[in-house]
Every structure is written in structure tokens, then in C-alpha cells.
Design a protein around this ligand. Structure first.
Ligand code: PMP
Length: 456
């Protein structure tokens, strides 16, 4: 039962006392009361399938009992000492986390958020290389600090205020909207007449996008030197844009040839979500120099991390570096339990199985509706791009997307939204989603799209 404030009081407080830029997703906002695994309940007791997981943050399930128990047990013993004293938790956690990473990625800095992790990663790359300039992809989101607002290249998330200097954005290798395609570029070129010269069985779009990166390095980097390149394997906030196969391999080679470090942002793609691999970068066949993570690593408990090599980590010894809450015993107990649950429940394999089932079902839905332009993603990191029609690919106007969305919520399914035009549905549920949940969600989405057609 719900014993909190009533709906209208909450809305009033929100208007008066909370961040005015904080949007409520729906025309009639959902007032959530409780969560369990892949489900949420509102204060009227209505159940929703949560396909957005608090923006890809609830990894193994809302209020997962094993994770909850680990937090409670630790809270009985010790909440905080700061890591100037020895304490078992951060050590146990660091050892367990690095066992999940390849190569020489052995040194862990625990933070409280993804933004803190990316700030630190950029700092390390600059200290290590002695170079200032960094490159990211257009359409990327890497955090909200003033520093990272310069790195992020989604104008909707940038204020007209000084941001970090020395950040450059290269052309996004977007298979759907980019000039050279990359995924279906031969059968449905992004821009007819400008597609790449694919030969049978191999797509060359990635090479063209990497040439653009080379151009940025050549024209903008003093003496051609770069500190870092950062990317996600599938862009989260940007609308689940999946980089063409092989892009990161070539991009990493290029960056390393210019003396730079490669940073993989795994804030959304990590911890088995892609199904095929534990980390997003593995799906591109690369090993980064620095990995950042957050969100799912705490299943909703605030924590983040940077993992790097001992050589790169050593540069931080040039001055004092300290984070009061980062790596506190409760966070580390939670993070450790999350890693155990992912192993015990075979979460990665579930993502592969249920995610592939979901993507295949969405692909067939795409053939039924003219406004479904693209289905993309891997495992349980899926994007559905809504357009006016399949030929023009013009984004579906915001009010039409909002109506579809409102409809799905009314029928008990919460879906995310993203992309520069806000026309991409983002499906990134807790990783315990079942095929029965997929069937229900699909039926709801189909009904919402039918309702949309009838309104036109
Ligand atoms: N990187 C990526 C890929 C993200 O999606 C986000 C958050 N949306 C961040 C970094 C920043 O994380 P946080 O909000 O925890 O600071």
C-alpha cells in the first residue's frame, strides 16, 4: 500500500521546489510507488513492464533480493570510513571487477557517477600523453559536468555556457542517418547516390567514417597529437545508434598512431547487456586503454568507476586525488553482489536470448508500419527509430511520438526515448526480462501504432 504524498501534492512540489529542466516523461505523469525485478507499480497499484530501467540503470532487477541483502548486511557493519583506511569491501570489489576485464586493465578508481568517471578518464589521458585535445563522436553523450558538456555532442544537452576546452567531434558512423550507411547501406542507402562502394559481403562504410576521424586529427590537432578518443559501442542517449562492425578497431588504430589513448564508455553497454559480450567494446573486437562504467554496475545504487592500466594510473600520482564517497563500503558491497548475480543468473545469456527474440519481433513489426524506420541494437539495448515514412526518413514529429508513448504507458509498458530529435524509442529493460514480457510489450506497441495510424 501507498502511504506517501498524493499525486497532485507531488506535482505541486515538483513545480515549486525542483529543477525546472526536469521533465516528466508523460503528459499524465506516472507516480511510481514500488518496483520488483522488471516491473514497477504506481500508487494505484497498476503494474508496468519497465523497458527503460531508470535509464538503463537497473541491471539485474528492481530491488533484487541478493543485492538488497548485501546492502543491508553492509549497512549494519559500516557505511563509511573513506578509503584512507584499509577496509575489505573496495579490495574485494576491485579484484572481482578486474577479473571481468581483458588485457592489462587492472587498476580501479571507484566514483559516484558516470560523469565523474569520464571526467577522471579524460584527465588521466591528458596527464599520460601530455596532450590536451580529445575526440568524441557527434551524437554522443558522456556526462553533464561542465567539462563533459564540451565532450558531449548532442545540442539538446548543452547549455550556452563555457564548457571544457579541447574537445573535437568527428562524424558519427551512423548506419541509418550517416552519409555512407553501414548496416543496410546497399539495400537502403542512407542517401541514395552517396552510399559507399561496398563489395559483395563486405561493407566499407566504416572506412569512410574513419577517414573523417583522420581529417579531424590532421586539421585540428597540434602536431597531429591527440590525448584520447572516447566512444560507446552503441550510443545510449543518442538513440541506440549501433556503430558499424569494425569501426572501433580502425578508429583505435588511427588514434594510437597519433599517440592517443582509447576510452570505452560502458556506462550503458556494460555488464552483459549486449548479450554477445560482457562489454560493448568486445563486440567491436577492441581492448581500450581506459574503461568507464556506472549505472548498471550498482543496479540503481549510485556508483561508477574508471578501470585502466597500471602505467596510465600511475600518472595520477603526480598530485593528490581523492573522492570522499567513491568506493564506500556499501557501494562496493552492492557492486560485488551485482557481479555475482550476473554470473549466477546467467544474465548475459538471457540478454542474448530474450534480446534477439525482441529484435526479431520488432523487425517484423517494422514491415507492418511505415513509421518504423529502423530497428537496431544488440541484446537488451534496442532502438526503434520512428519516421514520417521509410523513404524520406524524416523524424516523426514530437507530438506524434508523445501520443504513441502515452498510449503504451496507458497499456502498462514504459519505454524510453532518445536521439537528437527525440524520435527513437529506447528499449533497455532490467536484464531479467522474459519472452512473455516481450510478447506483451509487442502487442502493446502494435496497438499503439495502430491507434496512431487511425488518428492520421
Ligand atoms: N556516459 C553515458 C554513456 C551515459 O549514458 C551517461 C548518463 N546518461 C553518462 C556517461 C553520465 O552518467 P551519470 O548520469 O551517472 O553522471
Amino acid at each position: 500500500t501507498h502511504d506517501g504524498l498524493d499525486f497532485s501534492t507531488v506535482l505541486n512540489i515538483r513545480k515549486k521546489n525542483l529543477n525546472p529542466a526536469l521533465f516528466t516523461f508523460y503528459r499524465k505523469p506516472v507516480y511510481i510507488h514500488q518496483g520488483h525485478m522488471q516491473y514497477l507499480w504506481d500508487t494505484n497499484g497498476r503494474r508496468y513492464i519497465d523497458l527503460f530501467a531508470g535509464i538503463v540503470t537497473v541491471s539485474v532487477g528492481h530491488c533484487h533480493p541478493t543485492v538488497g541483502r548485501a546492502a543491508q548486511e553492509q549497512m549494519k557493519k559500516l557505511w563509511h570510513t573513506t578509503n584512507i583506511y584499509l577496509h575489505p569491501k573496495i579490495h574485494e570489489y576491485a579484484e572481482k571487477l578486474v577479473s571481468k576485464l581483458p588485457g592489462n586493465l587492472k587498476v580501479v578508481y571507484v566514483t559516484n557517477s558516470g560523469s565523474e568517471a569520464n571526467d577522471l578518464a579524460i584527465l588521466m589521458a591528458r596527464l599520460y600523453t601530455g596532450v590536451f585535445e580529445c575526440v568524441s563522436l557527434r551524437n554522443c553523450y558522456h556526462g553533464a559536468s561542465p567539462y563533459l558538456m564540451g565532450l558531449t555532442a548532442l545540442s539538446t544537452w548543452r547549455y550556452n555556457s563555457p564548457t571544457g576546452f579541447g574537445f573535437h567531434h568527428t562524424m558519427n558512423p551512423d548506419p541509418y542517418r550517416g552519409p555512407w550507411g553501414g548496416k543496410h547501406c546497399r539495400d537502403s542507402p542512407a542517401q541514395p547516390g552517396r552510399q559507399c562502394d561496398c563489395v559483395e559481403g563486405e561493407c566499407h562504410a566504416k572506412d569512410m567514417y574513419v577517414d573523417q576521424l583522420e581529417d579531424v586529427l590532421r586539421y585540428s590537432m597540434p602536431k597531429g597529437k591527440v590525448a584520447a578518443f572516447i566512444a560507446e559501442a552503441i550510443q545510449g542517449v543518442g538513440g541506440a545508434v549501433q556503430l558499424p562492425d569494425g569501426y572501433l578497431k580502425k578508429a583505435y588504430e588511427k588514434i594510437r598512431a597519433h599517440g592517443g589513448l582509447c576510452i570505452a564508455d560502458e556506462v550503458q553497454t556494460g555488464f552483459g547487456r549486449l548479450g554477445s559480450h560482457y562489454w560493448g567494446f568486445e563486440s567491436q573486437g577492441v581492448v581500450p586503454d581506459i574503461v568507464t562504467m556506472a549505472k548498471g554496475m550498482g543496479n540503481g545504487y549510485p556508483m561508477g568507476a574508471v578501470v585502466t592500466t597500471p602505467e596510465i594510473a600511475a600518472t595520477m600520482g603526480q598530485a593528490l586525488h581523492f573522492n570522499t564517497f567513491g568506493g564506500n563500503p556499501v557501494a562496493c558491497a552492492v557492486g560485488s553482489a551485482v557481479l555475482d548475480v550476473i554470473d549466477e543468473e546467467k544474465t548475459q545469456a538471457l540478454c542474448a536470448d530474450v534480446g534477439t527474440y525482441f529484435i526479431q519481433a520488432l523487425d517484423s513489426l517494422r514491415s507492418e508500419f511505415e513509421i518504423i524506420g529502423d530497428i537496431r541494437g544488440k541484446g537488451l539495448m534496442i532502438g526503434v527509430e520512428l519516421v514520417k515514412d521509410k523513404v524520406s526518413r524524416d523524424p516523426l514529429p514530437g507530438d506524434e511520438v508523445a501520443s504513441i508513448w502515452e498510449d503504451t504507458k496507458e497499456m502498462g509498458v514504459l519505454i524510453g526515448k532518445g536521439g537528437l530529435f527525440g524520435n527513437c524509442l529506447r528499449i533497455k529493460p532490467p536484464m531479467c526480462l522474459t519472452k512473455a514480457d516481450v510478447d506483451y510489450s509487442l502487442a502493446v506497441l502494435r496497438r499503439a501504432l495502430q491507434n496512431h495510424s487511425q488518428r492520421q
